[in-house]
Design a protein around this ligand. Structure first.
Ligand code: RFL
Ligand code: PHB
Length: 389
């Protein structure tokens, strides 16, 4: 088999790239380790920057998103019983969009299948060969049967645990990592959201986040210990703890119900450099991870896809390598700023095991400054709605 671009990983990064390239007449094959249903069962991101939304429109897959999404003009931040709002539109002219990653991925799968896109599920033993030559190829097997695809380029969109990053030799690859000493326990429940806007809550008992998917589907998170397992937390325990971490005015009106999903995500900051090796390009979680506090993970994946998509189109249409040559540099310049923002938001709002009284005072001063100072709010707003591509 032959394809112009082999895309490893059928998560949002890989599917979006495939769909965008397809619209430009560039053919791709997407290799996914799991099944479509498995990928769609993972509950992840909820907030999209407008840059992401624009890419979905360009890919021709925005119809349902445009009809069903919620537009959020701002967010709420609380500490103890204090709560204040930051209006994104006032500061930046731009809102954010609430539309779940599950729905984004479903829309992309539907579009790819409608257009007879080549998607191979249940692949195993994916290997990238000759990435440093002009004729790379990828081998893989499905149910024990081996296949080979010759191609011009390979896009490694296979997430943090994928094989693409590992294909870059260790003497070239440099990795930067920070692992946080806590996780997020998240639940999804068929209940109305407690507030029209998201609430990022700092409290003596740790961080909490009130988010949503639609008018009757809420997503809540609480900071938890890394040794916890979701089974340690009954629904009742979760709701009780959440209520202790958000302002009383919100706890009093919180509507609870049975969870329909419950999981724990560890928090990590991670970047690998460079993001290109020969004809292999890394995109999304394969190259970088942010803690979810700034809602930046999927959105940084989207900016990678934007740069790579334009670079590949420039190559295939004009035989010009300028876009792909600057890919790693451009993508990393934006990613490091999103890493900084996510790290800062995490530090601002979470309780750390080794935190001293002094550290707590610093955190409180930072929160009070943010509450009182419009310039500080503007800085948060600019980062939250997304820095320009
Ligand atoms: P994914 O989604 O991990 O997809 C990678 C795909 O590659 C497949 N794969 C392989 N396929 C073939 N061969 C192999 N060897 C393979 N190895 C792996 C996997 O099965 C998978 O299908 O990466 P992608 O596409 O780069 O997308 C990244 C996003 O998923 C991620 O950044 C976000 O979910 C992060 N994130 C958030 N991002 C936001 O922008 N806004 C948010 O509000 C937000 N909230 C979150 C989040 C992530 C969370 N968790 C669980 C980590 C909230 C949470 C709780
Ligand atoms: C979510 O709704 O899952 C969500 C929202 C905002 C975040 C992280 C996760 O910062």
């Amino acid at each position: 088999m032959r394809a112009q671009v082999v895309i490893i990983g059928g998560g949002p990064s890989g599917l979006l790239l495939s769909q965008l390239l397809h619209k430009k007449g560039i053919d791709t094959v997407v290799l996914e380790r799991k099944t479509r249903d498995y990928v769609l069962s993972r509950i992840r991101a909820g907030i999209l920057e407008t840059g992401f939304v624009e890419l979905m429109r360009e890919a021709g897959v925005s119809e349902r998103m445009d009809a069903e999404c919620f537009i959020h003009d701002g967010t709420l931040i609380s500490y103890d019983n204090e709560m204040f709002g930051i209006n994104f539109v006032e500061h930046t002219g731009t809102p954010v969009v609430v539309y779940g990653q599950t729905e984004v991925t479903r829309d992309l799968y539907d579009a790819r299948e409608k257009m007879d896109g080549k998607l191979v599920f249940n692949v195993e033993d994916v290997e990238i060969h000759d990435a440093q030559t002009d004729s790379p190829y990828v081998t893989y097997s499905v149910a024990g049967e081996e296949s080979r695809i010759d191609c011009d380029f390979v896009a490694g969109c296979d997430g943090f645990h994928g094989v693409s990053r590992q294909a870059i030799p260790l003497d070239i690859r440099r990795e930067y990592e920070k692992v946080y000493p806590f996780g997020w326990l998240g639940i999804l429940s068929e209940t109305p959201p407690v507030n029209d806007e998201l609430i990022y809550a700092s409290s003596d008992r740790g961080f909490a986040l009130c988010s949503m998917r639609n008018a009757n589907l809420s997503r809540y998170y609480i900071q938890c210990s890394l040794s916890d397992s979701p089974d340690d937390w009954s629904d009742q325990m979760f709701w009780d703890e959440l209520k202790r971490r958000i302002p009383e005015s919100q706890a009093d009106k919180l509507i609870t119900g049975p969870s329909i999903e419950k999981s724990i995500a560890p928090l990590r900051s991670f970047v690998t450099e460079p993001m290109r090796w020969g004809r292999l390009f890394l995109c999304g979680d394969a190259a970088h991870i942010v803690p979810p506090t700034g809602a930046k993970g999927l959105n940084t994946a989207a900016s990678d896809i934007y740069y790579l998509y334009h670079g590949l189109v420039q190559f295939f249409e004009d035989n010009d390598t300028a876009g792909i040559d600057s890919y790693s540099h451009k993508a990393l310049a934006r990613i490091w700023k999103a890493e900084r923002f996510s790290w800062w938001m995490t530090n601002l709002l979470h309780r750390y095991p080794e935190q001293t009284e002094f550290d707590l005072k610093m955190q409180r001063a930072d929160l009070e400054f943010l509450r009182e100072n419009k310039t500080a709010q503007s800085v948060l707003a600019q980062n939250y709605v997304g820095l320009p591509y």
